[in-house]
Design a protein. Structure first.
Lengths: 492, 451
């Protein structure tokens, strides 16, 4: 990475430069004042930068060199499934016939787009074992909320108004309780046992006539398979609740088992994780929601349907629907990429993906388990959690080791999550990494563990090789500077 | 061997790795999955295709769609056909940007963080607000989150939303409001804008916020000045404005009218229509509300050596820390599309954004005059930006089918949202439509209406 400060684009601005090209106005121009009342005509122009096209290109190329993606190197960020994003998907998503189409065109004039979405949702139903699917939610968290609203509508339709609580394991990602709250539910926590799995006795204790749903991913947030999932589902169903599958960890189980067969009633998927829609630096994603038959009537509208004559359409006539969760039909261009991926892999390929993801994770766990504490002893699924407690005793924190990994050219694992594990380091290699990559990463992380013993300063003071050193986050939060202002520059 | 090009583990690797793990078969890796729930056989998804076959399949599906490249389009209603500078896709195609995730590790994510910091600044400049976040899913969810923020902050339960707000945005706000047990009340329109008399009756001490769109769904300029006086004249209610950011190149920004929250969708600035998504919501507030903002915020700071750098900040608002007490459940944002929009805004610059907005204004007014003279009744009476409403005196879906035969994508059928507006078409005219397109469209429409 280039080691120099890249000025803000605003600091490169000079009056009179442009980087656009519009045709001259070819209709008679009327004075703006005759078209819009003077109070509503902008007096002071917005301070957008004035740069040439080449300046713009060099600026963003400089920024790109100061960024790290899967294309740059190994990115074992746990629970995020940072797998390879196929190039062909990018080509397909940019086809003119899939890019320049408007959501309000006559459905007859966008049959190809509707067909693609219909095929995608049919494939996703098969992969998850669900009966109906909506592609409208824009991301995983959005899918969670959509799924919970669907469950709420189901209970409301049954006049079951006491069901105000959602049960969530103590290991769960923070999004789960936040989504439950936005969907109008209270959150109840269920404990994990010593093996990192849901404590069945505690679940029996908290499940009752106020339970609307249990949210649980499987494999769970620790990367462990909830072996008693059928019993868990039975406990919730017996209490009258629904079981919600957080699809964040779908990459571990494709063709191995399906949420629908495990006893789940509602599923959301993260197409930007398991199904290779790129992460984009933090979105756009896509978070389809699948449900069992009895919940189908409550899904958002419209749904994409195939009509009797074989053509495709949008079904708005859904009186029990929770309504819309987003304008139009979801993040189409991300859904296009997911469909391309499914068609590249097929049923056998998707299963191999999960097998290899789990193989890679267990292999890497094995290679690292001598030097780090491993809180759980069983086989993991697609990811695993290490504890940095042994290194902490030497004065080296997990944060330090993460920063040291940057020096070796890796994006660090997810750290300090799950909260349950002291100095947690959550590693998800994914199936698209080779054994050589895993070995090299393991060698480096083991070296860091040795450094923690022999030369802790080098770890504590890391990173040493990046364009910038550790940043002062406290200062950022105490005195927020969230935008550039022209006069600040003059003051500095 | 070599069947799947994304999977590098070879048979030899597999054997070595299984041996290292201490098991003998791949099957053992899943010994914790009870047999009763094991999936038997192969998933019956559609069959795998080679890369050339895949490209052919997608090209065939793409061909079945009528595109706005091929047909001059007069369809808008929230999604517009605009000029996207070529530099936008060139930047988006950089793997360093699109294959990265949320910039948790700031030291290797300065590029993304700085780009978002610039995006936040650009949005503040356009909207006239103090603070903007790193983006939201789209304009509709950004608006819904704004309403929830108001309800949470003011501790009031009533959301007033103008009938002249995009109907799908209103539906999304309704869904979110139901989630939080909030009441949503619609403010009627008079002559295509907020009915001020009605608003005066509706706004009271239970009001959390008043939500309007500017320019509104029908293209008209809402009287923000008068609306603001009514909103802030009564209790703690917030004034929320959903705005097309392109229009703000020309219109007085909502911040100047003392809006508390301004949201909208950046699609008109550098993002293709893509059948409705992904687009990119933006979310801007006054200084006072900065610690209530949903989603990611990027802040400027310094490193250990005093060098300027950027980090995700004020994270105490967010779900991964606050869990059920978070201001929102949103995790990621729409980063790549925010980047697209930032590149487009930078390419246009100060002069370009104004010229672009002006061309939209001028061409739409030329088209309105032209269509009026071609026999369609102009429904819009007040000032408008790049959209206006005509009455076709016939079924709009029928008219649009005939227009497509003549080579045009017609405007939006307002009857789909409101039966009282059957026969009315919302016509959008952007800088992409030439005088010739407009003249021929007017001719085609005249033939259809009077044919």
């Amino acid at each position: 990475m280039a080691n120099s400060n890249q000025p803000l684009i605003f600091e490169q601005s000079k009056t009179g430069r442009t980087a656009y090209s519009l045709s001259a106005l070819d209709v008679p121009a009327q004075p703006t004042e005759t078209l819009i009342a003077s109070d509503y005509i902008r007096r002071k122009k917005p301070e957008l930068p004035e740069v040439s096209e080449l300046q713009l290109v060099r600026h963003y190329m400089a920024l790109s060199r100061r960024n790290f993606g899967v294309d740059n190197g190994f990115y074992p960020l746990g629970s995020c499934t940072m797998k390879y994003n196929p190039k062909v998907n990018e080509v397909l998503a940019r086809l003119d016939g899939l890019t320049h189409i408007h959501p309000y065109q006559d459905p007859q004039s966008v049959q190809g787009a509707l067909e693609l979405l219909y095929r995608l949702q049919t494939n996703l139903e098969e992969i998850t074992g669900m009966d109906a699917m909506t592609l409208q939610p824009a991301a995983g968290a959005h899918g969670e909320w959509t799924g919970l609203m669907t469950i709420r509508a189901f209970h409301e339709a049954n006049h079951d108004s006491k069901r105000t609580k959602v049960i969530i394991p103590d290991t769960a990602h923070g999004t789960n309780p936040a989504s439950a709250s936005v969907a109008g539910f209270e959150t109840v926590t269920v404990k994990s046992n010593a093996n990192g799995l849901v404590d069945l006795d505690d679940l029996r204790r908290v499940a009752d006539e106020t339970t609307a749903a249990l949210m649980l991913t499987n494999p769970n947030t620790l990367g462990l398979f909830e072996t008693h999932i059928q019993e868990i589902a039975e406990i919730i169903h017996a209490a009258g609740g629904k079981v919600y599958y957080d699809g964040a960890n779908m990459n571990a189980i494709m063709g191995v088992t399906r949420p629908g067969d495990m006893g789940y009633d509602v599923v959301h998927l993260n197409l930007h994780k398991t199904f290779t829609g790129p992460h984009g630096g933090g979105g756009p994603g896509s978070g389809p929601v699948g449900v069992k038959k009895e919940l189908a009537a409550f899904l958002p509208k419209p749904l994409i349907i195939q009509k009797e004559d074989g053509s495709y359409g949008l079904d708005y006539n859904r009186p029990q629907s929770i309504g819309r969760v987003k304008s139009y039909y979801g993040n189409f261009a991300i859904n296009v990429r997911a469909y391309a991926y499914i068609r590249t892999m097929g049923g056998k390929g998707l299963n191999q993906v999960s097998k290899d993801a789990v193989l890679n994770a267990n292999y890497l766990l094995k290679r690292l388990s001598g030097a780090f504490d491993t809180p759980f002893k069983q086989l993991c699924k697609h990811e695993f959690v290490l504890s940095g407690s042994r290194q902490k005793a030497l004065g080296v924190r997990t944060l330090d080791m993460a920063k040291r990994l940057l020096d070796f050219g890796y994006y660090p694992p997810t750290i300090y999550f799950p909260l349950l594990v002291d100095e947690a380091m959550m590693i998800e290699p994914t199936e698209t990494e080779s054994k050589e990559t895993l070995d090299a990463f393991a060698d480096h992380l083991l070296e860091i563990a040795r450094e923690a013993e022999s030369n802790p300063e080098i770890v504590q003071e890391a990173p040493h090789q990046t364009v910038i050193k550790r940043l002062d986050e406290t200062r950022a939060a105490r005195h927020p500077i969230l935008r550039y202002r022209k006069n600040d520059r003059e003051q500095q | 061997m070599g069947e799947f090009r994304y999977l590098p583990v070879t048979e030899t690797d597999r054997q070595e790795m299984l041996q290292a793990i201490g098991i003998t078969s791949e099957e053992e890796l899943f010994s914790d999955v009870p047999s009763g729930i094991r999936f038997k056989g192969e998933l019956s998804v559609e069959k795998a295709l080679s890369e050339p076959e895949l490209i052919r399949l997608f090209q065939e599906m793409a061909k079945k769609n009528a595109t706005t490249t091929e047909y001059p389009s007069f369809l808008g209603a929230g999604v517009y056909d605009h000029y996207i500078p070529s530099v936008v896709d060139s930047v988006l195609s950089r793997g360093e940007f699109y294959t990265a995730y949320t910039p948790y590790q700031a030291e290797v994510s300065q590029g993304e963080l700085q780009a978002i910091f610039e995006f936040q600044t650009l949005i503040c400049e356009l909207t006239g607000m103090d603070v903007a976040n790193s983006s939201m899913y789209d304009g509709s969810t950004a608006l819904a989150e704004a309403a929830l923020l108001s309800a949470g902050t003011t501790r009031k339960n009533k959301i007033l939303i103008a009938e002249s707000v995009h109907p799908e945005y209103r539906e999304v706000v309704q869904t979110y409001a139901h989630g939080r047990h909030l009441e949503l009340v619609t403010i009627p329109s008079a002559n295509g804008v907020v009915d001020l008399q009605a608003l005066r009756q509706l706004v009271d001490s239970d009001t959390a916020c008043v939500v309007v769109q500017y320019p509104n769904f029908y293209g008209q300029i809402e009287p923000l000045k008068e609306i603001e006086a009514l909103v802030h004249g009564c209790g703690k209610a917030h004034f929320i404005v959903s705005s097309n950011p392109l229009a703000l190149g020309l219109l007085t920004p909502p911040g100047d009218f003392h809006a508390d929250i301004v949201t909208g969708d950046c699609q008109p600035l550098g993002i293709s229509s893509s059948f409705g998504g992904p687009h990119c919501g933006y979310f801007a507030v006054t200084e006072k509300l900065v610690r209530k903002v949903p989603g990611r915020l990027v802040g400027q700071t310094v490193d250990e050596e005093g060098q300027r750098g950027y980090v995700l900040t004020l994270q105490a608002r967010e779900q991964h820390i606050r869990r059920d007490k978070a201001t929102s459940n949103i995790c990621s944002n729409q980063a790549l599309n925010a980047l697209a929009s930032a590149v487009a805004m930078t390419a246009f610059g100060k002069a370009g954004i104004t010229e672009l907005a002006d061309q939209n204004l001028q061409k739409a007014h030329y088209a309105a005059e032209k269509l009026k003279n071609s026999g369609a009744r102009l429904v819009t009476e007040g000032a408008f930006f790049n959209e206006f409403v005509i009455d076709c005196g016939a079924s709009v879906p029928d008219v649009n089918r005939k227009l497509l035969e003549k080579g045009f994508i017609g405007g939006c059928d307002l009857g789909r949202f409101n039966p009282e507006r059957k026969g009315q078409m919302l016509v959008a005219v952007t800088e992409m439509r030439t005088k010739e397109d407009i003249d021929q469209f007017a001719e085609a429409l005249e033939e259809i209406i009077h044919g």
